[in-house]
Design a protein around this ligand. Structure first.
Ligand code: NAG
Ligand code: NAG
Ligand code: NAG
Ligand code: NAG
Length: 392
């Protein structure tokens, strides 16, 4: 009698334990689900935040994003991976796309006007200008190249570093220099920055500034400003180079290649060019292009805005034709659209690197490197002042 009772008592305890266990399991599942849900929320919030941050153009964020990409760029794109004429291999820095995107069915040829009557106005006014940058006297050599460097107000350190390193070949734009240069700015409402840049201008007289708002999506205005200024205030220069303030440019090598390609450059823009390129439709990308801004499925290629060269002839023609070419916010693609309209072409020149060469002074001081991207000031100094051990 007692045994069964005890037995049933044990069964009862066992059952209770089982229910408890099942209950616990359910509770765990529920909390796991809740946790998963929460994590998801946080993740998507992070993505949204990241997008927002990315969309806000401040130098800080773009610098941060650039920095985060540095290691990848360097390890993937050392000098050995660059081959002459690899223009259509879209793997470097400023590149529309290599990824195949799973997009809706192929679209028919679209109606983005390639042509229009004075539809792109860029008649902004100079806020800062020095029309003596390209001045010459009887003893002056010919101006081989004018280098126009895109910058933003807060990048004083970058400008100073460039002035003291690879730009010293320009000899402060003196009358006996065959190389002239200017830094290009748009407008900002930050009065402190305006004041500081004005002071910098008073010292170096090497800054050009127009009254369009400086923003990443306004870079095409800056490019038009560059071509306008070059073709009106520096028309004696034989060649024009556009580059950025995070670039290392080996000027002697640039001069050599300008000379080698002097005839071609009368009808070409040269640099790290991609003959084949597609718009990026992912709005999280820095190079996003909406279907509205560019309905076509392919760009007419482009030469990476990190550094490209052309003749004064082409620069002048691009500026003239641009008034009839609708605005597009990616300046290097916009230039290629103008080039195509003029019946000109893009010329891939080896060693214009839209990525970054390995941090080796022998490369930066060697006789083949043209440009290297995302070179921060401290690295710039090391590459300029550092000794190349192989040659020592
Ligand atoms: C690059 O990677 C190294 C380690 O491999 C790390 O210490 C460094 O901070 C990274 N630099 C950047 C700019 O991400
Ligand atoms: C890239 O260009 C080479 C010739 O320079 C050509 O053979 C190749 O098909 C091109 N690749 C693409 C993807 O267009
Ligand atoms: C350029 O100007 C700086 C100071 O502004 C001066 O130190 C340097 O010697 C000048 N360089 C030349 C080549 O005149
Ligand atoms: C581009 O510049 C124009 C003219 O200053 C300005 O109206 C516009 O807001 C700017 N775009 C951006 C994104 O700031």
């Amino acid at each position: 009698m007692k045994r069964p009772e005890r037995a049933s008592g044990r069964t009862c305890t066992n059952k209770t334990l089982l229910y408890l266990f099942i209950g616990l399991c359910i509770a765990m599942l529920c909390s796991a689900f809740l946790y998963w849900h929460y994590v998801n929320e946080v993740l998507s919030l992070t993505v949204v935040l990241a997008d927002t941050v990315k969309n806000i153009y401040t130098d800080g964020t773009s610098l941060l994003l650039d920095t985060l990409r540095l290691n990848k760029t360097e390890s993937n794109h050392g000098p050995t991976t660059r081959r002459p004429g690899s223009g259509n291999v879209t793997t470097l820095g400023k590149v529309p796309t290599t990824k195949k995107r799973t997009e809706a069915p192929p679209r028919p040829p679209t109606d983005r006007p390639d042509n229009c009557e004075v539809c792109f106005k860029h008649d902004f006014n100079y806020v800062l200008d020095n029309d003596q940058i390209c001045a010459r006297n009887d003893k002056s050599p010919e101006i081989d190249v004018v280098i126009l460097i895109f910058t933003v107000h807060q990048n004083r350190l970058q400008r100073d570093t460039i002035r003291n390193t690879w730009l010293t070949y320009a000899k402060n734009n003196s009358l006996d220099s065959n190389i002239r240069y200017a830094f290009l700015l748009g407008a900002t409402s930050d009065s402190n920055m305006n004041k500081k840049v004005k002071e910098e201008f008073d010292v170096f007289k090497d800054i050009l500034k127009e009254d369009f708002k400086d923003a990443y999506s306004n870079l095409t205005y800056k490019t038009m400003m560059a071509y306008k200024w070059a073709s009106t205030k520096c028309k004696d220069a034989k060649f024009v180079m556009k580059t950025d303030d995070d670039m290392y440019v080996n000027i002697p090598n640039i001069l050599k290649t300008l000379n080698t390609n002097k005839d071609k450059l009368q009808t070409h823009v040269g640099g790290a060019c991609h003959q084949v390129a597609q718009p990026i439709r992912d709005h999280r990308s820095k190079w996003y292009a909406s279907k509205r801004s560019f309905p076509g499925s392919h760009y007419p290629g482009f030469c990476s805005g990190t550094g490209y060269v052309t003749s004064m002839n082409v620069a002048t023609k691009v500026f003239e034709v641009s008034k009839h070419v609708p605005f597009f916010h990616l300046e290097d693609v916009y230039v290629a659209i103008c080039i195509k309209k003029l019946g000109y072409k893009l010329l891939s020149i080896p060693n214009f690197n839209a990525g970054r060469f390995a941090a080796d002074p022998c490369i930066y001081q060697g006789n083949s490197m043209m440009t290297s991207h995302q070179v921060p000031p401290d690295m710039m100094k090391k590459m300029w002042f550092g000794k190349c051990k192989k040659n020592a």
